[in-house]
Ligand binder design. Structure first.
Ligand SMILES: [Zn+2]
Length: 173
């Protein structure tokens, strides 16, 4: 069944044919993080898709994965393109290396999952929190409910994690 929901007043639709994303977001709606695991080579992949990027097999199973990792890179948005974000700048978009499968199948690889930086309850992070986060910050996944059948996976600072003394940030003016 298709998903028709809203996030910050913007329509978010996943249609009937997009079975991979429907399954992915069905798990997110239950506040669970699941990824496809290839049944031929056993590697996980993200984002959800029809074939394995490593061995091209179309066969996969859904498995629970720990939503925890380190910031690989980030962007801090000061000029919102989407009108819904205009009153919410600066906000932060994170690219996170999951702990699971880091360094496989080559030392430079990781499953890198995109999400906004939010508070622990899934609200876009305030500026003082944005300023604390940089490359290396330990984060955990949280889910923001976006209507029936949909929750958006985001990232928040992992309060119990071993944080770097000074996460790397772009030089500020
Ligand atoms: Zn594979």
């Amino acid at each position: 069944m298709a998903i028709n929901a809203q996030y910050l007043g913007m329509a978010l639709d996943v249609n009937d044919l997009d079975t991979e994303n429907l399954t992915y977001f069905r798990h997110c709606a239950a506040h669970q993080f699941h990824l496809q695991q290839c049944t031929a080579c056993n590697l996980l992949r993200y984002p959800p898709t029809t074939g394995c990027p490593w061995c091209a097999s179309p066969e996969a199973r859904w498995v629970p994965v720990e939503g925890r990792g380190s910031v690989h890179s980030y962007t801090e948005v000061h000029h919102a393109i989407q009108p819904a974000f205009r009153g919410r700048t600066p906000y932060m978009v994170l690219l996170v290396d999951l702990d699971t499968q880091k360094g496989k199948p080559t030392p430079d690889e990781a499953i890198r999952v995109v999400g906004n930086l939010t508070t622990a309850d899934g609200v876009l992070a305030p500026p003082e929190m944005v300023r604390k986060v940089g490359i290396g910050t330990r984060v955990r996944m949280v889910f923001a409910d976006a209507g029936p059948g949909l929750a958006i996976p985001h990232w928040t600072i992992d309060e119990g994690g071993q944080q770097p003394a000074k996460p790397w940030r772009y030089p500020q003016e």
